[in-house]
Design a protein around this ligand. Structure first.
Ligand code: HEC
Length: 303
């Protein structure tokens, strides 16, 4: 009898201990993630010094993106591109959008994981919104960049040499007791500025594009709303010619962020990683209306 009571006490005791351990783990999981982040060098500025080594050897990997929202956080959060295919070592910028659907400012924090897990140490972030607490204003929407590369050592490590596909998933949680959050407003869009867009076009696009004549690239007047790959006689890539796409601000934005990532096989060897610059250029292209028809020639010809 006595021994049965002892056993029950022991059982209850060990259950309580297990619950204690689990609660501690849950409470500290963000901290653990942060420690992991620091240990693997995946967090922010530490990697800036060890910037991307540059494309190495032409070996390609596909990185897919996945986003989740923990219950209790009224945000929308999604990747702006489903995946990118990139050479090992090449610095790449991708974007995620977050929108606060509620009437109050909310602080959240993101955790991430990489699958297969063994590839995690070769996934290097140069800039990221991860692991800082982030405040998003009521109904605010932002686009957040993640600047990363996959370390070429992925291909030489026998444990990971076979890895071709990597998935990066983020989960945003609501912060119950925010410390000192940074403001996601730093990624919010200023209204697009077509005048600035014209300057960016002159500096970064005009070497290959004009509004009305084909150069290395097709003429771009009226491109917003135009079918992609549709300028007669221009030698488009099959990817663009057969894309079945009508250029909108959203699709132009993704094209300009990374043409080959958006349409694999596309042949535009340029991109604009800065979202504000893309918005400005698109605003400028949008206002570049079709040219006015020539003034009618009066009967009898001009004098
Ligand atoms: C080094 C040359 C080069 C530069 C610089 C360049 N482009 Fe292009 N662009 C091209 C080529 C080539 C194509 C056709 C690609 C294909 O067929 O896959 C193209 C296609 C496009 C298209 C698709 C047009 C259509 O008819 O479907 C758009 C839009 C575009 N470029 C915008 C821009 C903008 C805006 C910039 C500046 C930020 C820019 N490009 C910079 C070469 C360039």
């Amino acid at each position: 009898m006595a021994s049965q009571r002892t056993r029950q006490t022991l059982l209850v005791g060990s259950l309580l201990a297990a619950i204690g351990v689990m609660t501690t783990l849950v409470c500290y999981s963000v901290t653990l993630y942060r420690l992991f982040c620091a240990a693997t060098g995946a967090n922010g500025t530490t990697q800036r010094a060890a910037a991307a080594p540059g494309a190495a050897g032409g070996r390609l990997v596909t990185v897919a993106f996945d986003t989740n929202i923990a219950p209790g956080l009224p945000w929308r959060f999604r990747p702006e591109q489903r995946s990118v295919r990139l050479p090992l070592g090449q610095d790449t910028v991708v974007f995620f959008s977050a929108e606060n659907l509620s009437d109050q400012d909310i602080v959240g924090h993101a955790t991430f994981n990489v699958t297969p897990a063994k590839a995690g140490i070769y996934f290097k972030k140069i800039q990221c919104f991860c692991f800082t607490e982030e405040r998003l204003g009521a109904h605010q929407k932002v686009e957040m960049p993640v600047d990363f590369f996959v370390d070429p050592r992925l291909a030489t490590d026998p444990g990971t040499a076979d890895v071709q596909d990597i998935t990066l998933s983020y989960t945003f949680f609501r912060s119950r007791a925010p410390g000192q959050p940074t403001d996601l407003a730093r990624f919010a869009s200023a209204p697009p500025d077509p005048v600035a867009g014209g300057k960016i076009f002159a500096a970064q696009c005009a070497g290959c594009h004009a509004l009305d004549v084909a150069r290395v690239g097709p003429p771009l007047r009226g491109v917003v709303g135009r079918r992609a790959g549709s300028v007669a006689h221009f030698p488009y890539s099959a990817a663009l010619a057969r894309s079945d796409l009508v250029w909108s601000e959203a699709s132009l934005d993704r094209w300009l962020a990374g043409p080959a990532a958006f349409l694999p096989g596309a042949l535009m060897p340029a991109n604009l990683p800065d979202p504000a610059a893309r918005r400005d250029v698109i605003a400028w292209l949008r206002q570049a209306r079709p040219p006015a028809p020539p003034a009618p020639v009066p009967p009898g010809g001009r004098t």
